[in-house]
Design a protein. Structure first.
Length: 131
């Protein structure tokens, strides 16, 4: 009986540990895939769109949200409360987008560009979630 109880406990522990490593679902993996964020101007929208678990686009759209120009494709990863962007730009103002912080239904993007005299100019943009 002792042997059966030990085997049973071992089997239960094995099943639990296996499930912890292999039964995790995508909902346990933080992602922004499918979300869309915009900032509205009088003539256009700036759009940040997370198209997958790692791919993101930033572009200019018309006032109805239709792609207009200046598409930039990059990647992202979530690092705690920050989103780290790689190879993402706001081509309209020639700025490199480096990270974002989400607070409720807004995301504040940190970006920079180089001035004509070679100085780094830091800038932030706040976009609102629409999807």
């Amino acid at each position: 009986i002792k042997m059966k109880a030990t085997v049973f406990k071992f089997t239960v522990l094995l099943l639990l540990s296996t499930c912890l490593f292999s039964c995790s679902s995508d909902k346990d993996d933080p992602t922004l895939a499918g979300s869309k964020w915009t900032k509205s101007y009088s003539t256009h929208l700036d759009v940040l769109e997370f198209s997958s678990k790692k791919d993101v686009q930033y572009y200019v759209a018309d006032r109805n949200g239709n792609f207009e120009s200046d598409m930039s494709n990059g990647t992202y990863k979530i690092d705690g409360s920050k989103i780290i962007f790689t190879n993402l730009e706001d081509k309209l103002i020639d700025a490199k987008i480096t990270e974002g912080i989400i607070s409720g239904n807004t995301i504040t993007l940190k970006m920079y560009w180089m001035s004509v005299d070679g100085n780094k100019v830091d800038h932030t943009e706040t976009l609102s979630r629409i999807k």
